[in-house]
Design a protein around this ligand. Sequence first.
Ligand code: ACO
Length: 326
Amino acid sequence: MSSVLRSVVTGVGGYLPDEIVTNADLAKFVDTSDEWIVERTGIRQRHRAAPEQGCSDLAVEAAKRALAAAGRTAAQIDLIIVATTTPDLTFPATAAMVQRKLGAPIGIAFDVQAVCSGFVYALSVADGFVARGLAKCALVIGSETMTRLMDWTDRGTCVLFGDGAGAVVLEPGEGTGGIEDRGLLGFALRCDGTKQDLLYVDGGPSTTGTVGKLRMAGNQVFRHAVVNIAEGVEAAAAAAGVPISSVDWFIPHQANQRILEGVARRLGIAPERVISTVAEHANTSAASIPLAWAQGIADGRIKPGQLLLLEAMGGGLTWGACVVRL
Ligand code: ACO
């Protein structure tokens, strides 16, 4: 069999800011209850970044942990991609700030904006560099300060989101082109811009000149979620050439426990194969997949050699999935 270059994940790390906000904390100032939030979403708490912490600060902490797990140093990084919808500034890219704060050398650094699907999109972009030999040590980071986009008077959205960051290190590795190779094995990426009004932020540099607040028609997004995600997962599995039944761990974007379970049921994935952190982290947008991944490794469930299936859906609407062997 011929030799092919694969993008291999050599380290994963996650970072959550210290402050924990429980459902009961929110119920003190918005008309909601722990019971409603847990029953409708599975969320029990979320983390919130300290006022002085920006998106790039969370990203740097996650990146340091991923680098340590990979046995790499910042000096070796030649590509940084940050998936975020809550950058420190409109520009420069958060990735450029991460490069500076890590002390990484001059290289390639930019952001990817696909909201909650951003990490899956960013992985596929990084694969385009690493699997073509254009980067030898890439950092792909999902980092978000979603609490900064909340309208704290809107109980339909403000209870759903949290802050955090997760990162992976990607390095080139020789494979055979088969499904036993380590690395990123297949993707499916989608966007349906006609559904923009279901989930968006009502501000921006070229319209209002303000940051804006998150707006969502939650029950309509919910209706699209299960069908869209299931289609994306099937397409990614087909692109990788693996049956979904052979996947060891399903690592979904953590938006809502009912969506996680609905997708798993539709795809015939056993609940015990699903990594779920939504109860503790809430929806951290582009950070949620690498955060859940890092947790699954830390608690000993996810092991080298296993086959993982990542999926996400978010504003755009965007959605996508990726098959990876660790
Ligand atoms: N506490 C108490 N009651 C509430 C709350 C709350 N926090 N929020 C809404 N309600 C009320 C509503 O006002 C409504 O009351 P009414 O019947 O008197 O009008 C009732 O609960 C039902 O509201 P729905 O919106 O229909 O509730 P639903 O069961 O759909 O749950 C939720 C809402 C949790 C938002 C759900 O629709 C959801 O998870 N949607 C998908 C979110 C998602 O996946 N987003 C994509 C990723 S996010 C991103 O990309 C940035």
